[in-house]
Design a binder for this molecule. Sequence first.
Ligand code: PA5
Length: 471
Amino acid sequence: MRYSKKTMKLRMDYNNMMQSVIGKEGYTDEDINALEQELNKAFDSVEQGKGKGMMGWADLPYNQDAIVEDIIETAKDIRKNFEYFVVLGIGGSALGPIAAFQAICHMHYNDLPKRKRKGPKFYVEDNVDPERMEALLDVIDVEKTMFNVITKSGSTSETMTQYLIINSILQAKLGDKAKEHIIATTSKNAGNLIKIAIKEDYKTFYIPDGVGGRFSELCPVGLLPAAVVGIDIKGMLAGAKFMMEECDSANVRKNPALMAAALQHLSMKKGKNIGVMMPYADGLKFISDWYAQLWAESLGKNKTLSGKDCNVGQTPVKALGVTDQHSQVQLYAEGPFDKVITFLGVDEYRTTVEIPSGCEDYPNVNFLCGHTMNELIQAERKATEYAVTKAGKLNYTVMLPTLNEFTLGQLLMYFMLQTAYAGALLNIDTFNQPGVEEGKNATYALLGRPGYDEKRMELANAPQKQNKYVI
Ligand code: PA5
């Protein structure tokens, strides 16, 4: 499908970050100008890094033609032959598929009759809660299910546990044919899943070496699940490519991702260490989860690139408009000046719902009649923006003309670039996650994985908990 760049372009409105609008908490043009050197440096380092090291994600809109065709063909076969499609993965190997599914597919996709769905019923198992695994097995028929095991490292305990459970059920039911129900998405060069996939002869898609989990939605990690449920993956990639073009200038006023990074950087320097993501669209609800991982794992670091202690990062908080106006906005308006709120809005929702008349005797209800839900949600977004701005709380808005594959691709790339620039401004390694690895390694040690004896000793020698502190 073709999308118009002119009418489908994302807009970033950062008025409410500026002193002229928000008052003393805000920034001046001079504050932004004063960052010029740092911004040039950050921009250059991202430009020079693109496609290299762990920035392989920047090439994904350009270098996947053959892979995309393979994915589309595979998805076609899956739609023809399977009634359920289950992703087994966690973190970066699950959050993107969940976000894209929620953004593009019907809000009650799995409840639709088959003829109204574009693909099989869709589930993402991104935990190891035994109750959830049992619940999944209650609602799917494994003999009619394709399982997509996604893990870049090929050894994440949660994902491999799920794989072991599913594979043993498939083996018991289908014997040699079990392999026809599993697709592996993993690194070509590392980890155990690739070895298992070769041995078992699974259909396999590869996660490029330079694409980390949280930057992987636009590679087969996200593209296969998306294509299976009928999402136009070429449209997503085209949107991402368009955003790369929109952000190809070192001039911060022409590069929306660089501007977002600059404003967040200024804010973090002033101690605004909480970043709220508040979409006004249920379709974007899980973009907040995807973004939370991207922002938290990328920026939460304790050393700069030159090895100095730093302990930086901004805590991402997820909120949904208008739902969380009734739970969190009180805090955002009247609480501490420690946050930056990013509102996401949609100009045109994909449907219009009218509010019928029927309350003429009650003027305080009747005022709603004759409007649409669309007008109501827009008014509430603007009203909340106004309220927090009046309270002097920093916020900016990213508007999508509508929610489709092209605007989704733009949004994903916008946030990935913003994160890369923000990491460069902080002079940290944006693309590693030693804090996550520490937890993974401790799990391996606790469960007796070979090679983790030293870690087991370390855990045994850690300060012991005392009963007096348990009540
Ligand atoms: O961002 C990351 O690298 C992590 O959060 C991973 O996505 C997560 O731990 C899953 O890793 P893997 O894909 O190797 O199973």
